[in-house]
Design a protein around this ligand. Structure first.
Ligand SMILES: Cc1cc2nc3c(=O)[nH]c(=O)nc-3n(C[C@H](O)[C@H](O)[C@H](O)COP(=O)(O)O)c2cc1C
Length: 208
């Protein structure tokens, strides 16, 4: 499928077919798109939880304002973002670069100083910055799923505390950014027949 066809075909599913599970090969391909996502300074300040367990999904239902997607989806992806950029995290990232690329640690000192300078700037708000990065992963997951013919619904309509309790998140360290239900649309989900409501090109784009 051409990528614009895939984007036209995708919509935010309200009701999935509960009998259909996303095939593991497709799921891993889609997740790889999140792993390959770009992030500010490459720091990937987020974590991605994949809930495929039916009992856990059941426990998560009350955490959502609109639960029809959660009760019918194949998998629920929960993206959390880091609340703090700890020294150990930054050092671990720099070590990883050295391992993967063979870059000597001394050559990364300037990069490290740049990251520290950026994150200590008075305008830098760690939680907002980390959340913004997590939405890039969300977009890539949605796009990859559409290309794999897997349906999705991005969801922000949840009670973060309730979600955190079920997933036993460490609230000191991470917060839920956004979630994405995955599965196959139900034949009777009326939303699939609705036309897309989008700004016309002349209102959205300004060529300068
Ligand atoms: C970050 C984000 C959060 C969203 N949260 C919800 C949600 O909680 N519940 C829901 O039914 N739809 C949610 N949506 C879906 C939007 O309403 C939908 O993308 C928009 O109306 C455009 O429609 P379409 O995705 O079907 O093309 C969300 C979308 C995004 C991108």
């Amino acid at each position: 499928m051409n990528y614009l066809e895939a984007l036209n075909n995708r919509y935010s599913v309200k009701k999935f077919d509960p009998t259909r599970i996303v095939e593991p090969e497709k799921l891993y391909q889609i997740l790889e798109a999140a792993r390959l996502s770009a992030s500010s300074m490459g720091l990937q300040p987020y974590k991605i939880y994949i809930v495929g367990s039916e009992p856990v999904k059941q426990q998560l239902i009350p955490a959502f304002y609109n639960p029809s997607q959660i009760s019918t989806c194949s998998h629920l992806i929960v993206i959390t973002s880091k609340k703090h950029l700890e020294k150990e995290y930054l050092d671990g990232y720099l070590r990883h670069i050295t391992e993967v690329r063979g870059t000597p640690a001394e050559q990364l000192l300037r990069f490290k100083a740049n990251i520290e300078g950026f994150t200590k700037d008075q305008n830098f708000v760690q939680q907002h910055w980390a959340e913004k990065q997590s939405y890039i992963a969300l977009a890539n997951l949605m796009f990859a799923a559409a290309l794999e013919d897997v349906d999705t619904c991005p969801m922000e309509g949840f009670r973060a505390d309730a979600l955190g309790d079920v997933l036993m998140l460490d609230r000191e360290k991470e917060q839920v950014s956004v979630t994405l239900a995955l599965g196959y649309r139900a034949a009777d989900d009326a939303f699939q027949t609705l036309k897309k409501v989008r700004k016309p090109t002349e209102k959205l784009f300004k060529f300068i």
